[in-house]
Unconditional design. Structure first.
Length: 303
């Protein structure tokens, strides 16, 4: 099939190559001219404007948007919906908030244009391993883009699925990332605990390798952890600062909205936020309190 890839960041660029390698025709567009040129070298048809994207696609036009969530996605989808015609399809493959996806999809479909949300996981490994894709949208729209989904997935019938109506794909991806937060936190805490028991002189890479086979905690995430520990056992040069892209926050908020307890995901998110506290004011005040009520000593800062 033919498809336009709009947004050629690392994931969008890799998805473009995977599609091209399977014989699909791809029209590539990005604000970065260098990214377009690289896509053209891989065999894509480059486009420098959204008008050109539409012109270079035959009907029904299928456009896959891979730009940052929020305003960039909002603006890109709105611009496309003004240029496309009934029967065409817009796919949002980014990490949009599912509430926004439901609204945005409704506005697009009111114009007769199909809308599909594809929660996409796979990161930098997607080109080689394939992408896990959680798909929301109408049966008709999803069937239209099935050839692309089957190419991008780890297999024709595995690693992807039509999970429900518009918004459901991004909803499932949100929960997926919330679970990921909890898993990452558990691994990190466990390995930190083993590192703290210094008299055993544990080789943490060795432990990770042992756990990778036969253990109930084996996972691809553990495979990557083992690789990281092999490359840099003491994690030299890595700051204890962990970012988040939003999905964990949305998952916690959804749990609150649904009156559902999700303590592991919530605490994992809070730990990420704690990692960014450069001043440590909370701990300073706790120390001051202990000194006031119990006369406990205060450890002074060193220059």
């Amino acid at each position: 099939m033919q498809i336009a890839m709009i947004g050629l960041g690392k994931m969008g660029a890799n998805m473009t190559v995977r599609l091209l390698n399977d014989g699909h025709r791809v029209v590539a567009y990005d604000l970065n001219e260098e990214a377009i040129a690289k896509a053209e070298e891989a065999g894509a048809v480059g486009a420098r404007t959204l008008d050109e994207v539409v012109e270079k696609l035959s009907k029904p036009r299928v456009t896959w948007v891979m730009v940052p969530a929020g305003a960039p996605t909002e603006q890109t989808v709105a611009a496309l919906s003004e240029r496309l015609e009934p029967g065409d399809i817009i796919i949002d493959g980014g990490n949009s908030n599912f509430h926004q996806t439901v609204r945005r999809g409704g506005e697009v479909e009111a114009k007769g244009i199909g809308f599909v949300d594809v929660g996409t996981s796979g990161g930098v490994w997607g080109l080689k391993e394939g992408y896990s894709m959680m798909v929301g949208g109408s049966d008709k729209s999803v069937e239209t883009i099935r050839p692309a989904l089957e190419t991008l997935a780890p297999g024709v019938d595995k690693g992807w699925g039509h999970v429900g109506p518009i918004g459901s794909g991004h909803y499932v991806k949100m929960v997926h990332n919330g679970i990921e937060y909890g898993m990452m936190q558990a691994y990190a805490e466990g390995f930190a605990l083993m590192k703290k028991r210094e008299e055993f002189e544990l080789d943490l890479h060795q432990v990770a390798e042992i756990w990778r086979y036969g253990s109930v905690v084996r996972s691809w995430l553990l495979d990557l952890t083992a690789e990281a520990l092999d490359e840099n056992p003491d994690l030299d040069g890595i700051a204890p600062y962990v970012t988040d892209s939003g999905e964990g926050r949305w998952t916690v908020q959804e749990a609150i909205d649904q009156d559902l307890s999700a303590p592991v995901i919530t605490l994992a998110l809070l730990q990420r936020l704690r990692s960014r506290e450069q001043e440590g004011y909370t701990e300073k005040l706790l120390s001051a309190m202990r000194n006031k009520f119990g006369g406990h000593s205060i450890k002074k800062e060193t220059a």
